[in-house]
Design a protein around this ligand. Sequence first.
Ligand code: AMP
Length: 345
Amino acid sequence: MYSICTLGSHCALQVLKGAKDENFRTLLICEEKRINLYNRFRFIDRLVPVKDYRYKNVCSEHVMNDLRDYNCILIPHGTMIANMQVEEIESMRVPFFGNRYILRWEADRVLKERLTIESGIRIPRSLSIDDLDGRSLAIAKLHGAAGGKGYFLVSSKEQFMGYYNNLLRKGIIKGMEDIYLQEYVVGVPVYLQFFYSPLSREVELLGIDRRYESDVDAIGRIPAMQQSHTNIDDITYTIVGNIPLVLRESLLDEAYRMGERFVDTVRKLIKHEMIGPFCLEGVYDRDANFIAFEFSARIVAGTNLYVNGSPYSYLLYDEPMSTGRRIAREIRLAIDSNELDKVLT
Ligand code: AMP
């Protein structure tokens, strides 16, 4: 008998509820300070306490013994990616649902852009300082910044140098190599939540959301005249929650095709094909073209909206189907057809 296991954060509730609905035992590796929260939910069979989610604690002997005793399959999510190095995740000796080798492509900006471009998905143009001619807007990103922290918007070289020198003085950056300048795309943010089944070889669109981010979603509540009186000189994109979204139906076909091209490109470029959930993250511009600034090659927290299914999952399944439950269903089908190697790496 297999158990499904994940780290206590991000989308753990959805993942373990889905696992229980598919009749798996469930196990949660849980930071001590979060035990109180997760103890409330009866679909969690066992909590394994850890000090925090760093590799040395999650992969300690006592946790690994528990995972082995319970015959666990680990479901990775954003908290794992944020707390561990790619090399650490690749070396974990636990059956892992999903393609662990793609996480390297998600973490590296150059690889990420290559995979996106080769999938025929538009991305924002990369810019140099000389492109800042005062006529259009650019977004400056700090490498490795979580949640867009420290990002700033500029249109001219002078503006750029003001921000740049300030970050240098504060010791936040060491030089130009820490900054990545990109065309700012005016459009509305959309997160397309897909699932690829290596068993049926089909891409499913399971949901769509947008993020609710502070302070970028707060700034529109202040009239332009008063905006300059706030003390906000850099825009943060701290995620506070997610908002459900449905797409104009005429955009759905191309959304599906982007998902399919992404899966084809992963098959071509990476040593294992795509497995399970992934998300294309970008904006739709005024001509309804999708321009992607990110992808996530694993479950995203925006799927938490749809614990009971989304409008799109309901079109595919006549029962509540969250992404978490879909993962467990795929594992169940793989066990039944003796094809677990297709969904684990
Ligand atoms: P990222 O760290 O790339 O996920 O970016 C954080 C946030 O910045 C995103 O959620 C977007 O809202 C915004 N963003 C990133 N890149 C761009 C871009 N090129 N144009 C417009 N908005 C962007």
